[in-house]
Design a protein around this ligand. Structure first.
Ligand code: GLC
Length: 434
């Protein structure tokens, strides 16, 4: 019988729920065809057509320190890199396969350089590891809804031994948990159909992980996403419960609560354009102002945002990603106190923006100005100890205008005569309560 240790859970989660903002990195051979990380599956590409990318892989511009600095300067506190994606290609020097970066012309252990660079920037380290593997001979090819060879008549599942695959998968997870120092996040992806929970030998897997990395935080995808928020939220945690729920390409309308109505840790993972791995044609990048407001939305609902970058075949970030990260960083430099360590406020969401809260400090995120003074609905002026523009520290007076004298129960902020707000994206008022 599994006993959930709430104290240990809260201890390991503390940095994560404080961090609120991380970078996801999807990188591998698929950056060369440049049609996304599922290219083999979407195009049902046979291995022999994919193999040349392995023989060619030589990302001469790769510099993990540059990636880590970009994450830090954007205000991100943790970085999660695909150590192995569904194509089975390992960005680390695994002793269990030749299908790895150290055997390509590049010849380097990318995970090693990544973890060193991220730690050197003082950020937390995360590794994504795909539970499925389209390269491994013992992973089902025909009897699988995603495998590139699922409809390939020339291929059969005869002789495939799934237990042998599980041994391989567990051995690789052990390598990652043993050879690369302290891991802060282990991001498994993903369970579907009958491949879920104990089909992965998940209890054994997580028990091994926790014995090697006792403080690591694990996502909820050893369980099936899309069928509820997982066993921790349902109040019956399995030994392989996720430590956080991982909504993808969406922000939960009301945050995420467990069966008892208590907020539970969650992280929306979001692409900057429309796809995780590098795409030469998907230029539909979300503007930085939008992503800043989505980060605020996640935090205002008690969650994190993991924002993805898909580096290209040479190891460079797409220029659009670089520009967006720079703009987010400029806002975060002045306003990170309204993100780090913040969460949901009990006050109603204001019409003009959102609220994030950290104890007695409330951060009103003002996206559009009001006519006249700004109503701080839910607060009376007696409750307010101080009010400042977060970005400048300048005092914001509590309004005494007659125009809102019909609303004595509401405090109003006097933002002055200029109808144009100081920050065109998100002007943050820090209201400290008595
Ligand atoms: C989906 C995609 C996968 C990606 C993951 C990130 O599962 O299929 O490619 O790594 O989302 O959350």
């Amino acid at each position: 019988m599994y006993t959930f240790d709430r104290e240990a859970y809260n201890r390991r989660m503390a940095w994560y729920t404080h961090a609120r903002f991380g970078m996801f990195l999807h990188w591998g051979l698929y950056a060369i065809p440049a049609r996304g990380e599922w290219v083999r599956s979407w195009e049902q590409m046979p291995e022999e057509q994919y193999r040349p990318y392995f023989d060619e892989f030589n990302p001469v511009d790769f510099d993990a320190r540059r990636w880590a600095r970009a994450a830090k300067e954007a205000g991100m506190q943790y970085v999660v890199l695909t150590a192995k994606h569904h194509d089975g290609f390992c960005l680390f020097d695994s002793q269990y396969t030749d299908w790895k970066s150290t055997n390509t012309p590049f010849g380097r252990d990318i995970v090693r350089e990544f973890v060193d660079a991220v730690r050197a920037e003082g950020l937390h380290v995360g590794l994504y590891y795909s539970l499925l593997d389209w390269h491994h001979p013992d992973f089902p090819h025909r009897d699988d809804e995603n495998h590139p060879d699922r409809n390939n008549e020339a291929v059969s599942d005869e002789g495939r031994d799934f237990n042998r695959y599980l041994e391989y998968m567990h051995n690789q997870v052990r390598e990652l948990c043993t050879n690369y120092g302290k891991l802060d996040v282990l991001w498994f992806d993903f369970s579907y159909g009958k491949l879920r929970g104990e089909a992965w030998k998940a209890t054994e897997l997580v028990s091994m992980v926790r014995s090697l990395q006792p403080d690591v935080i694990i996502d909820n995808r050893l369980e099936v996403s899309g069928e509820g928020y997982g066993s921790l939220a349902s109040g019956n945690p399995t030994p392989y419960h996720g430590d956080f729920v991982s909504p993808e390409q969406m922000i939960p309308p009301h945050g995420i609560q467990d069966v008892n109505g208590n907020d539970i840790a969650w992280e929306s993972c979001v692409t900057m354009n429309g796809i995780w791995g590098y795409s030469a044609t998907d230029h539909y990048f979300k503007p930085a102002p939008m992503l800043i407001k989505k980060l605020v939305e996640c935090v205002s609902k008690g969650g994190n945002m993991l924002l993805n970058v898909g580096p290209d075949a040479l190891g460079d970030f797409p220029p659009q990603s670089t520009a967006i990260l720079k703009q987010i960083g400029e806002w975060m430099r002045r306003n990170h106190d309204s993100i780090y360590g913040c969460g949901r406020s009990d006050l109603p969401k204001p019409e003009y923006g959102r609220i994030t809260a950290n104890g007695k400090d409330l951060y009103f995120h003002v996206y559009e100005n009001s006519i006249g003074s700004l109503p701080l609905v839910g607060l009376t002026k007696d409750q307010i100890k101080s009010m400042r523009y977060l970005a400048s520290g300048a005092e914001v007076p509590i309004s005494t205008s007659w125009t809102h004298s019909d609303y004595p129960e509401i405090a109003f902020a006097d933002l002055g005569p200029d109808p144009v707000l100081p920050d065109p994206v998100d002007t943050v008022l820090k209201v400290t309560l008595r």
